[in-house]
Design a protein around this ligand. Structure first.
Ligand code: GLP
Length: 261
C-alpha cells in the first residue's frame, strides 16, 4: 500500500489525475475503472483540462464504472450514467461504445451482472480502478458484510448510504433507491492497480481503519491491504487519524526521482 498525504483535496486530485494520465500515455489502450461521488470530481476536471490543453487522448481507452442504482432511468439526473456524462465523458474523446456502466434498468439483473463481468474479462481486465470510500468503508457499493470475494451483483444499500445520498435526491429519503448493481470486492481486487481517493475529516476514521486496521468484511476497504498495487491519495484531514502518517510522508518525500510523477 502506498499512502500519499497531500495538503489539500485539490493537490491530491492533481496527483490522481497525473497517475491516470501517465497510464493512458504509456498505454493508449488502457482500461480504466471509474467511480462516482463527490470525491473524484476534481480529478475528472484535471483530466478534462489535460485533454483540452495537453492533448491527453482517450480515443482508445475503455472504461468500466463501479456501480449504478437499480430502477433509475439512465437519463435520470441522479443516475451514475448522467453523473459520468456530466463530469467526464461529454468533455473528453472516449468513444461511447467503449463506456461500460451497469444497467440498473435491466429486466434481468443477474444476467446484466454476468454480462458486465464478461465484458471486463473480454478486454483483458481493468488496468486501474479509481475508488472513493463510503463513511462505512464501502468501495463501489460493497457495503459492510459484503463477501471479500464477491463479483458484480445486486446489493441493498445501507440506511447510512441512503441517508448520505439523500442530499442528491431533494433530501427526500423515499426517492433514494434501495438497491444498486456494484462490481464486487473480488472484481475490484482483480484490477491491476487501485487508486483510492479520500478527502475531508468525515473520512478520517474509516481511512485509519482501512489502512491500519484488521482486514474484515465489516470494512470492505480493508481488503485493499492485500492488493499488490494500491495507492491511497488523501488530504490532511482524511489522513489525520493515521497513526503512522509521518512515516507515509517520509516515504513519499524520499521516493527515487524515477518513481515520482
Ligand atoms: C457513493 C458511491 C461510492 C463512493 C462513496 C463516497 O455512494 N457508490 O463509489 O465512493 O459513496 O462518496 P463521496 O465521494 O461523495 O464521499
Amino acid at each position: 500500500m502506498e499512502i500519499i498525504i497531500q495538503p489539500t483535496p485539490e493537490a491530491g486530485s492533481i496527483i490522481a489525475a497525473r497517475i491516470i494520465a501517465r497510464l493512458v500515455r504509456e498505454n493508449p489502450d488502457s482500461v480504466l475503472g471509474l467511480a462516482t461521488g463527490a470525491t473524484p470530481v476534481a480529478t475528472y476536471r484535471e483530466l478534462i483540462r489535460m485533454h483540452r490543453e495537453e492533448g491527453l487522448d482517450f480515443s482508445r481507452v475503455t472504461t468500466f464504472n463501479l456501480d449504478e442504482y437499480v430502477g433509475l432511468p439512465l437519463e435520470h439526473p441522479q443516475s451514475y450514467h448522467t453523473f459520468m456524462d456530466e463530469h467526464l465523458f461529454r468533455h473528453i474523446n472516449v468513444p461511447r461504445g467503449r463506456i461500460h456502466i451497469p444497467d440498473g434498468m435491466a429486466a434481468d439483473i443477474p444476467a446484466e451482472c454476468a454480462r458486465f463481468e464478461a465484458a471486463i474479462r473480454a478486454v483483458g481486465g481493468i488496468d486501474l480502478q479509481l475508488l472513493g470510500i463510503g463513511a462505512n468503508g464501502h468501495i463501489g457499493f460493497n457495503e459492510p458484510a459484503s463477501s471479500l470475494a464477491s463479483r458484480t451483483r445486486i446489493k441493498t444499500l445501507t440506511a447510512q448510504s441512503r441517508a448520505d445520498n439523500a442530499r442528491h435526491f431533494d433530501n427526500d429519503l423515499a426517492k433514494v433507491p434501495m438497491h444498486c448493481i456494484t462490481m464486487g470486492v473480488g472484481t475490484i481486487m482483480d484490477c491491476r492497480q487501485v487508486l483510492l481517493l479520500a478527502f475531508g475529516e468525515n473520512k478520517a476514521d474509516v481511512i485509519a481503519e482501512a489502512c491500519e486496521g484488521a482486514i474484515s468484511a465489516m470494512n470492505p476497504a480493508t481488503i485493499l491491504q492485500m492488493h499488490p498495487v494500491a495507492k491511497f491519495v488523501l488530504d490532511e484531514a482524511a489522513g489525520a487519524k493515521l497513526r503512522r502518517r509521518d512515516y507515509y510522508r517520509y516515504v513519499w518525500e524520499n521516493k527515487p526521482e524515477w518513481q515520482r510523477l
